[in-house]
Write a protein of this length. Structure first.
Length: 79
C-alpha cells in the first residue's frame, strides 16, 4: 500500500472490522492462504501467511483462527 507493513494499515483494518458487523478479522498487509477444516463438531478457518511473496521461501506463520462450533450461532476465535 506504499507504507511499512503493520503500520498505517492497522487503523484501517480496525475501522473495517468495526464498520462491518460480519467481519471479525482483517489483515491488509500479509499474503497467504486459508485452510478450512470441517468436522461434525465445528467449522474452523486458519489464516496462514507466507514470509515472502517475491521469492520462494519455506517460511510461514499462523495469523488467525476462527471457528463456529456445533449448535452455536456465532463465530469465535479458535484456540
Amino acid at each position: 500500500m506504499g507504507w511499512e507493513p503493520r503500520t498505517q494499515s492497522v487503523p484501517l483494518e480496525r475501522a473495517w472490522v468495526e464498520a462491518v458487523p460480519y467481519v471479525k478479522f482483517a489483515d491488509f498487509d500479509d499474503h497467504g492462504y486459508v485452510i478450512v477444516d470441517v468436522t461434525p463438531e465445528r467449522v474452523r478457518g486458519e489464516w496462514w501467511f507466507v514470509d515472502a511473496v517475491r521469492e520462494p521461501t519455506p517460511g510461514q506463520h499462523l495469523g488467525a483462527v476462527w471457528e463456529v462450533r456445533r449448535g452455536e450461532p456465532r463465530l469465535v476465535p479458535g484456540a
